[in-house]
Design a protein around this ligand. Structure first.
Ligand code: SF4
Length: 96
């Protein structure tokens, strides 16, 4: 369970979840070992006003969802996709 304030930016939540995911990765498969730190860095950059390249983010999430060897990586991809589905405006704001 993660608690956060009502006004916490979505990019901060995504960055925190992917930082956690990167820290907990066992390192056995590349999409999780290499992809989760890159996704965390992307959302951290978005928090700092940087721009995320949407195609690169989508590619990393696709690889994480399709090629992770366990539910850790797949679950992280599903989390991001759920955010994208249920909070489309906030998701788009991460890329502008
Ligand atoms: S998806 Fe699972 S098996 Fe692959 S690196 Fe992450 S924790 Fe390890």
């Amino acid at each position: 369970m993660i608690a956060f304030a009502d006004d916490t930016p979505l990019a901060a939540i995504l960055a925190e979840v992917f930082r956690f995911g990167a820290g907990e990765s066992c390192g056995k498969c590349t999409p999780c070992q290499r992809g989760t730190p890159q996704l965390a860095a992307m959302f951290e950059a978005a928090m700092a006003g940087g721009r995320i390249e949407p195609g690169r983010c989508a590619d990393l999430l696709d690889a994480l969802g399709a090629a992770s060897l366990c539910g850790h990586g797949r679950g992280l991809a599903e989390f991001a996709r759920a955010v994208q589905t249920h909070f489309p405006e906030e998701w788009k704001a991460c890329f502008s």
